[in-house]
Write a protein that binds this ligand. Structure first.
Ligand SMILES: C[S@@+](CC[C@H](N)C(=O)[O-])C[C@H]1O[C@@H](n2cnc3c(N)ncnc32)[C@H](O)[C@@H]1O
Length: 301
């Protein structure tokens, strides 16, 4: 496999960047980086050597392989399709929280939902997309915000599409079962109304009520690939994922979102992200990491 990291391509390929049970050389890291970039758009460089080492070495042991060389050969071969998908799950960061960056939910509630809920009540269609939804805490937070204003929202044509590249994390999202600690940022009233206590192998957990789940459809989707829908979405949440992509990829994603939003449709992004490049002309920045599509042409589907 060719060297991915051009900035470091003059550095020795056999230099060991992290070690323990198996040495991880620059060649290994570059091979892993090339695969994860082509599969998910995620950029890795030498600074991520110990992360790659710690996330993949257990996997290498479980597969009974001799080290990173053999692992890279396997996951880049047709027989290695399953472990390659596993590699993606191991290398993606799934951290999330209910009502993370709560100002977005406050804005949604005060400035966006009143009009959308009124439209739904009058027979209109409303769609919200949580792109890169991780284990569901983001789409459930959107749904809980909606239900706090309209408890029967699911009786109308009001739906939240929640997608992620990682099928394992989506299975958790669909189940909607969380530790009590995860519910710290959910108000006591919402907990009481929309979660029920369940016993999972002797452990006390909390499951999201089916009435909340009814609002959400979960689907596997790679933001790098074709998107199998035309929109429009009234609101898009795409938070804390493009930070792992390079700048041209980020710009392309923002433009593609513009192609799916109606004029004045909203886009919420992560706390360390900014709409960048040419896509800046398509959005008005109306608050902290909060954008509105201005209707100018240039959005790409
Ligand atoms: C850090 S979590 C963010 C979760 C949530 N949006 C939030 O802000 O709390 C990033 C998520 O992006 C997903 N992801 C990474 N690359 C992706 C891609 N190319 N397409 C879709 N999802 C991706 C990961 O599987 C992970 O669940």
């Amino acid at each position: 496999m060719s060297t991915f990291n051009t900035a470091t391509s003059r550095l020795p390929d056999d230099e060991v960047l992290a070690s323990g049970e198996y040495p991880l050389t620059r060649r290994d890291l570059n091979d892993v980086a090339a695969m994860i970039y082509s599969d998910a758009g995620i950029s890795l460089n030498d600074s991520k050597a110990s992360l790659v080492y710690s996330r993949l070495s257990k996997h290498i042991r479980a597969l009974g392989l001799s080290g990173f060389r053999e692992y890279c050969a396997l996951v880049s071969s047709p027989e290695g399709a399953a472990p390659r998908r596993e590699m993606l799950s191991h290398l993606t960061t799934n951290f999330t929280r209910f009502f993370r960056e709560n100002h977005h939910f406050e804005h949604l509630k005060s400035d966006v939902l009143p009009e959308l809920l009124s439209r739904a009540k009058h027979g209109g269609r409303v769609r919200i997309w949580s792109a890169a939804c991780s284990d569901g805490q983001e789409p459930y937070s959107i749904a809980l915000t909606v239900l706090s204003m309209m408890p029967n929202a699911a009786d109308y044509d009001f739906r939240i599409l929640a997608t992620d590249i990682d099928p394992k994390i989506l299975a958790q999202a669909r189940a909607g079962v969380y530790d009590e600690a995860a519910l710290e940022t959910v108000s006591p009233a919402m907990r009481k109304q929309w979660f029920r206590e369940v016993d999972v192998q002797g452990r006390r957990k909390f499951q999201v009520d089916d009435k909340v789940k009814r609002l959400i459809t979960y689907n596997e989707l790679n933001l790098m690939a074709q998107w199998p829908f035309k929109g429009p979405f009234d609101v898009i949440f795409c938070r804390n994922v493009v930070i792992y992509f390079d700048e041209p990829t980020q710009t392309r994603i923002w433009s593609r979102f513009a192609g799916l939003l109606p004029e004045r449709g909203h886009l919420y992004i992560g706390h360390s992200e900014r709409v960048s490049g040419d896509a800046k002309n398509l959005f008005d920045n109306i608050g902290i990491t909060t954008y509105r599509y201005n209707g100018k042409p240039g959005g790409k589907k």
